[in-house]
Every structure is written in C-alpha cells, then in structure tokens.
Write a protein that binds this ligand. Sequence first.
Ligand code: FES
Length: 153
Amino acid sequence: MIYSEKVMDHFRNPRNVGKIEDADGEGEVGNPVCGDIMNITIAVDDADTITDCKFQTLGCGAAIATSSIVTELVKGRNIQDAVKLSKQDVADELDGLPAVKMHCSVLATDGLKVAIDDYLKKHGREPLSGEIKSADPNFDPHGEEESAEGEDD
Ligand code: FES
C-alpha cells in the first residue's frame, strides 16, 4: 500500500495531539471492526469560530494522519463551514489515500461533527450534522466502503 509523503508526515509527526481541558465540544467515534477509536475536542469562541482542536486516536496510520490534518484544517474556521468537511476534502489535503483506507477519514470528519454538535447542544442549539454513523457502536465503515464506493460523505 502506497501512502503519500503528506500522510506519512502526519502519521510520524501528528499535530495537535491531546485533549483540550474544559473543551467547548467533544466527539468520540469508533469502528468496532478494526477497533479504531478517535476523540476530538474543540474550543469555540463567541462568533462560532473554532479556535483550537486536539485529537487522540487509537488506530491505524491513516486514522492518525486524517485526524491530524482535520485538526489543522478546522482551526480558524466557523463551525457551519467546518461541519461540511468531507472525507474527500481530507483525502485531497493529504494528497490522496489508498481506496481501502478512505473509511479512516470518515472517522476523523465524523468525530469533528460529533464535537460540533456537542458544542451546539451545550448551548441549547440545534445540531448541524444529522445522523453520525460511526457514533453508533454497531456501525461498520469497512462494510459501507464496499456498498457506497465513490460517495463523497
Ligand atoms: S483501519 Fe483505520 S479506521 Fe479501519
């Protein structure tokens, strides 16, 4: 399996690893099949801009690299904009991911969406992202990969 240099860089030197104390929003998603677990915490200011984002991922190299780049991509973005980040956006930023590893980027974007919805719910606001499949413990993104090839999100 060939990974881009950018994937290898983010895997070897992941950015923004850790957990924000007293985070404004927190998301945790997982894949029961491969066992990857991802936790993302965000700090959000009064204008709904993400000012900080950290992650902890127990999982494969692609899961770590996609989590790392997501934390970089969303800092300074408004939550309405950040919630639209797709797995394809993440893969493009990493100069591509092998097809069999695309599901790993779903965990990164879903973790972010759960964190944004958590922030909104804490403020009595409506969630933005609808159903988050990987927040369901029975979700199998590997299985979805076969049936939904080419889908953007
Ligand atoms: S192997 Fe990375 S999420 Fe499945």
